[in-house]
Design a protein around this ligand. Structure first.
Ligand code: SF4
Ligand code: SF4
Length: 361
C-alpha cells in the first residue's frame, strides 16, 4: 500500500480508504443485500484491510450508515485507536445540529473521530453550512475544543467543494468521481486552491456498477491519477479488500489514466452513452440539474434501471417541456463539449415515458 499526504494536515493516508457502507447492518437503501455482516464479521474485514496497510476508515453517523459507526468504534478499540484515522460525517447544516451530531458520533464510536464532514452539502444547504453559526463554524469550534482533529465538507457539487477549498476553516474535502464522471476531478486538478486541502474521493466504482465494465486497476488507477489523497472504496469482504489493494498496486505500476473517449467506447458496446463527464459547468436558469439527469440516464443502462427510472420520472417531463420553450440555451453555451442538451433531455424524457409504461412501477 502506498500513502499520500492528506493536504497540509501533516497526516499520511493509505491510497485505499475503507468505505464502511458494506459492513453496516440496518434498513438502509444503499446496502446491497449480500452484505450486512455482524460485529465480528465486520471487524474481521476491517482488520484484514489494516493488515494490508489501510489506515483510513470512513463512516457516517447512525443511522445514516446503519450501525457502521458503532462497528468502526469497536474495531478502533480492539486494534488500538492510534493505528487508524477515522473519518465521519453527518447530514446536518446548522451549527447546533452539527455540534450535537458530533457529540453523538463520539458516543457511538467510543472515541472521537479524526475528521468530521458536513455531509451531502448541496446548493439548498450551502449558505447555511458556510454561514455564521452554520455547520462549518461548529466544526471549527469542535476542533478548537479537541473533539475532532480536522473539519470537512462532503458534496457532489464542484462549486461547493471549491468554496470549501477557499475557506480557511475547512481542512478536508470529500467529493465523488470515477473514470466516467471525471469532470469534477479534472477541474480540481487544474485549480491550485485544492492543493492545500486533503481530498477523499468516493463513488470510484459508481455505486458498484463500473466493475462490470472495467478492470478494478483501471477504475482505481483512474482516480488515483488525480491529485487526491485517498480513494474510498466500499469494502464488505476480505476478497474485496484484496482486489482493491491489488488493483491499486497494479495501477501504480502502469501509471495510466484511461482517456475519456476510451471509456465511452467500452460503454458503447452496451448502449449509447452521453459524452458528459459531469464537469458541472452547465447551468439551467429553469432549475434542471443537467449533469444529474445525464447520470441517471447512464445508470439506467449500467444496471441501476429501477432506481434511475424512478428518479428520472420525478421531473424529466417538466424539464423537457421547459427546454422546448427555452430561448436562452445557456446550458449549451457553457458546455465544453457543446452537447445538444435540450435534444438529449427530450430523448431521455421519451425513453422514461416508454420504459415507465413497461416497468412494474
Ligand atoms: S435548454 Fe433546457 S436545460 Fe438548457 S437552459 Fe434551457 S431549459 Fe435549461
Ligand atoms: S452537459 Fe456538458 S457542461 Fe454539463 S456536466 Fe455534462 S459535459 Fe459538463
Amino acid at each position: 500500500m502506498r500513502y499520500r499526504k492528506l493536504g497540509e494536515t501533516g497526516l499520511r493516508v493509505s491510497e485505499i480508504g475503507f468505505g464502511t457502507i458494506p459492513i453496516l447492518d440496518g434498513d438502509v437503501p444503499v446496502l446491497p443485500s449480500y452484505y450486512s455482516p455482524g460485529m465480528e464479521g465486520a471487524i474481521a474485514v476491517m482488520n484484514h484491510a489494516l493488515e494490508l496497510g489501510c489506515n483510513l476508515y470512513d463512516t457516517a453517523i447512525v443511522p445514516e450508515y446503519g450501525d457502521a459507526e458503532i462497528k468502526l468504534g469497536e474495531f478502533a478499540r480492539r486494534v488500538g485507536r492510534q493505528r487508524i484515522i477515522i473519518s465521519d460525517k453527518a447530514r446536518y447544516y446548522s451549527g447546533n445540529e452539527m455540534y450535537e451530531a458530533v457529540t453523538r458520533s463520539c458516543e457511538n464510536l467510543g472515541t472521537c473521530p479524526d475528521i468530521y464532514f458536513a455531509h451531502q452539502v448541496d446548493p439548498g444547504s450551502e449558505d447555511q453550512v458556510f454561514g455564521r453559526y452554520g455547520a462549518v463554524d461548529a466544526l471549527r469550534e469542535l476542533k478548537a475544543e479537541g473533539k475532532i482533529r480536522l473539519t470537512g465538507i462532503a458534496s457532489h457539487y464542484y462549486d461547493i467543494l471549491e468554496r470549501g477549498a477557499r475557506d480557511p476553516r475547512v481542512d478536508i474535502l470529500q467529493g465523488s468521481g470515477n473514470i466516467l464522471e471525471r469532470g469534477m476531478l479534472e477541474r480540481m486538478e487544474r485549480e491550485p486552491l485544492f492543493r492545500a486541502k486533503g481530498f477523499l474521493v468516493n463513488k470510484v466504482y459508481a455505486a458498484g456498477i463500473l466493475p462490470a465494465f472495467f478492470p478494478l486497476d483501471t477504475l482505481i488507477g483512474g482516480v488515483l491519477s488525480y491529485p487526491v489523497s485517498c480513494a474510498l472504496i466500499g469494502l464488505g469482504t476480505a476478497e474485496e479488500v484484496d482486489q482493491a489493494v491489488a488493483a491499486a498496486t497494479a495501477a501504480e505500476r502502469r501509471q495510466e489514466r484511461a482517456a475519456f473517449p476510451e471509456v465511452l467506447t467500452v460503454l458503447e458496446k452496451n448502449f449509447a452513452p452521453i459524452p458528459c463527464d459531469r464537469c458541472q459547468r452547465c447551468s439551467c436558469p429553469h432549475g434542471t440539474e443537467i449533469h444529474t439527469v445525464f447520470r441517471q440516464y447512464h445508470y439506467y443502462f449500467l444496471g441501476k434501471d429501477y432506481w434511475a427510472l424512478r428518479k428520472l420520472d420525478l421531473s424529466i417531463r417538466e424539464s423537457a417541456e421547459v427546454c422546448q420553450r427555452c430561448t436562452e440555451l445557456s446550458c449549451i453555451k457553457t458546455c465544453p463539449g457543446k452537447l445538444k442538451i435540450p435534444e438529449l433531455i427530450q430523448q431521455i424524457a421519451n425513453l422514461t415515458r416508454r420504459h415507465i409504461r413497461n416497468s412494474v412501477i
